[in-house]
Design a protein around this ligand. Structure first.
Ligand code: BTN
Length: 283
């Protein structure tokens, strides 16, 4: 993207700030995530491109970002729809030395980084709805899709894809994933810079990521429990043909949900295969 690229453009969702690679790179000049940023005006899915790049040897810290996805993906085979130039759509490639059961601690670390960046930039408070959603009250503000590959029983690469509704008017759009949905604009009545938001999320994620691998994960673990929407609530977990109902007790260090059923049995629910419903909606 040339450096004189206009910072604002007219879209069907009104005037929007365009993503500017130079701005993003300068905000991340001393960061792992500023080294290899792949930007496309439009592409199928940032997760798919990041996975392709992983297979072709792209380095840890590669970030793929776009204004528009034509085949955006959500969890459990759902699609992720977002109008062009309004929301954040990006994926991060990592190559962590991690056993597969710990991968979802990275999802939690990204959710926490996004939540803190949103609060810091906009003053808006949101919560993490395990396993991968950001919520404001009853409405979904964003979601994370985590995909990974295993080699010799260790993680080979992980792609974390975040879709965050920023300057989008949910009332204008039908059929957007995660409905009922909300956005930062809908909650605050203000537009915010997606360039700055992306920089802030990646900076915070870098610091959380470092902590996870240097024995400082305890603080993160405490925070993702503190911001969790589901703890202490009755939840229903659906995984393939199995349904478990119980009380959400905590999210463990690996990002798994600890659930206690009616007979006092404790279940460790890993992130990948499940869908969670609150038996009563969040207040
Ligand atoms: C979910 O809530 O089901 C997860 C949604 C994840 C959407 C993001 S948008 C950027 C990245 N690329 C994709 O195709 N999906 C993720």
């Amino acid at each position: 993207m040339p450096s004189d690229h206009p910072r604002w453009t007219e879209t069907e969702n009104g005037k929007q700030e365009v993503l500017n690679l130079d701005l993003i790179k300068s905000g991340l000049s001393s960061s792992l995530f500023g080294v290899n940023i792949v930007y496309h005006t439009a592409l199928g899915s940032t997760n798919d491109l990041a996975k392709d790049l992983a297979l072709r040897g792209a380095p840890e810290g590669t970030v793929v970002v776009t204004e528009e996805q034509t085949a955006g993906k959500g969890r459990r085979g759902r699609s992720w729809l977002a109008p062009s130039k309004t929301n954040l759509l990006f994926s991060i490639l990592l190559r962590p030395a991690l056993s597969p059961n710990r991968v979802f601690s990275l999802t939690m670390a990204l959710a926490l980084a996004a939540l803190e960046a949103i609060e810091g930039e906009t003053g808006l408070s949101c919560m993490i709805k395990w396993p991968n959603d950001l919520y404001v009250g009853r409405r979904k503000l964003g979601g994370i899709l985590t995909e990974f590959s295993i080699k010799d029983e260790q993680v080979d690469w992980v792609v974390l894809g975040l879709g965050l509704n920023v300057n989008w008017c949910p009332e204008q759009e039908k059929g957007v994933s995660g409905f009922p949905a909300t956005s930062i604009l809908a909650e605050t009545r203000q537009r915010f810079s997606r360039n700055e938001m992306l920089v802030q999320i990646l900076k915070r994620f870098e610091s959380h990521h470092e902590r996870l691998f240097s024995g400082g994960g305890g603080d993160l673990y405490r925070k993702w429990n503190e911001y969790s929407l589901v703890l202490g609530k009755e939840v229903v977990i659906e995984a393939e043909d199995k349904r478990t109902t119980g009380k959400a007790v905590r999210i463990d260090e690996n990002g798994a949900l600890i659930l206690e059923d009616g007979s006092g049995r404790v279940h460790v629910i890993t992130h990948g295969e499940v869908s969670l419903r609150l038996s009563s909606p969040p207040s």
